[in-house]
Design a protein around this ligand. Structure first.
Ligand code: NCD
Length: 316
C-alpha cells in the first residue's frame, strides 16, 4: 500500500484533508487485529527512538503512546515534568533542544499551554506529535474517537454527534469538531453558556444549552470532563447542580437515537458529567473501546511519520 502522509508532524486535526484522516483511520484499523494477538510486535520502528515529553499528567495518552512505540519496535523514553529540569528553571525550548541533541526520531509532547507544541516543532529536527496542548488540540484523541464511531456505524458522514459539557477548556472538543466537520458529520455542542467560547458557532456547529434538546435524535453522545484544573474561579455553581442539568443520565439519553453510542475521553468524573450506570452500560458505552483503539491509532500515526523520516540505511 502506498502510504502518503505529506507532513513532518502531527500537530492538530485542523488543516488535515479528508483523505489524510481516512488514511490514518484505515491504517489504524489494521493495527486493531494485531493488538488482539498474543504476539503484538512489529519491527517497523526498530532503531528509532521515541521520547514522551509530558508536562501535564496523563494516564491513557502516555501509556498508549508508550505501548504503540514499543509494539512497533522503537526505544521509548518517558520524561515527565516532575523529573525534568523545567523544575530547575529551564525553558521549554531549552529542554526541547537538549532532547533534540540526543537525536530522537519522534517526540510526543503534552503541554498545558495552547500553541506550545507548535512552538517547539519550530526548534527541533525530529517529528512531533501533539499529545494535547492546553485547550487547543489533541489530534490522536479525535482520531481514536473517529475510529470507534466508524467501526460501529460504518461511516462518519451524515452522523449527528453531540459533544457535551466543558467545551471551553477542551482540546478534545476542538480536535473532534475539526475532524467530524471535515468528514461530513454534523456536530452539536451542548453546554452552559459559561462553558462555551463565544465564537464557537463559527466552527460550523450547532449550539444548545439544554441537554434534552441537544441530544434529540443524536447518533453519538460524547461527554467531556469538567476540567476544573483549567478554570480560574467557578464556571458552574456546584458539581451537584451541574450533574442535574448536564450530567448524562438514562432519562436525558432517551432523547438520543435508541442505539446512540456513549463516549468519554476519560478520565471520568462519575456523578458529575456522567451517571455511573450509564458509563458502565456495556450495551451503549464504548469508553473502554476508545482506550483500546487509542493504541492502534497511535501506531498508525507513528508509522506514517516514521515513513517520512530519513531512512535508516542512509544515516551515517
Ligand atoms: C483528555 C485530555 O487530556 O485532554 N484526556 C485524554 O487525553 N484521554 C481529556 C481530559 O483531560 O478531560
Amino acid at each position: 500500500m502506498a502510504i502518503t502522509y505529506p507532513h513532518q508532524h502531527l500537530l492538530g486535526i485542523e488543516g488535515l484533508s479528508p483523505a489524510e484522516i481516512t488514511l490514518l483511520l484505515d491504517l489504524a484499523e489494521s493495527y486493531i487485529a494485531l493488538n488482539r494477538r498474543a504476539d503484538k510486535k512489529k519491527d517497523l520502528l526498530r532503531g528509532r527512538t521515541l521520547i514522551n515529553m509530558f508536562f501535564e499528567s496523563s494516564t491513557r495518552t502516555r501509556t498508549s503512546f508508550e505501548l504503540a512505540g514499543k509494539r512497533l519496535g522503537a526505544d521509548v523514553i518517558n520524561m515527565s515534568t516532575s523529573s525534568s529540569s523545567i523544575k530547575k528553571g529551564e525553558t521549554l525550548i531549552d529542554t526541547a533542544l537538549t532532547l533534540n541533541a540526543m537525536r530522537p526520531d519522534v517526540l510526543v509532547v503534552r503541554h498545558p499551554d495552547s500553541g506550545a507544541v507548535r512552538l517547539l516543532a519550530n526548534h527541533v529536527a525530529c517529528a512531533i506529535i501533539n499529545g494535547g496542548d492546553g485547550s487547543h488540540e489533541h489530534p490522536t484523541q479525535a482520531l481514536l474517537d473517529a475510529l470507534v464511531i466508524r467501526r460501529h456505524r460504518g461511516r462518519l458522514d451524515g452522523l449527528l454527534v453531540a459533544i457535551c459539557g466543558d467545551i471551553m477548556h477542551s482540546r478534545v472538543a476542538r480536535s473532534n469538531i475539526h475532524l467530524l466537520t471535515t468528514m461530513g458529520a454534523r456536530v452539536r455542542l451542548v453546554a452552559p453558556p459559561t462553558l462555551l467560547p463565544a465564537a464557537i458557532a463559527r466552527m460550523g456547529v450547532e449550539v444548545h444549552h439544554d441537554m434534552r434538546s441537544g441530544l434529540e435524535g443524536c447518533d453519538i453522545v460524547m461527554m467531556l470532563r469538567l476540567q476544573t484544573e483549567r478554570m480560574q474561579g467557578a464556571f458552574v455553581p456546584s458539581g451537584r447542580e451541574y450533574f442535574h442539568f448536564y450530567g448524562l443520565t438514562y432519562d436525558k439519553l432517551a432523547k438520543a437515537k435508541p442505539d446512540a453510542l456513549i463516549m468519554h475521553p476519560g478520565p471520568m468524573n462519575r456523578g458529575v458529567e456522567i451517571d455511573s450506570a450509564v458509563a458502565d452500560d456495556i450495551t451503549r458505552s464504548v469508553i473502554l473501546e476508545q482506550v483500546e483503539l487509542g493504541v492502534a491509532v497511535r501506531q498508525a500515526c507513528l508509522e506514517v511519520l516514521a515513513r517520512n523520516l530519513p531512512s535508516l540505511q542512509h544515516n551515517q
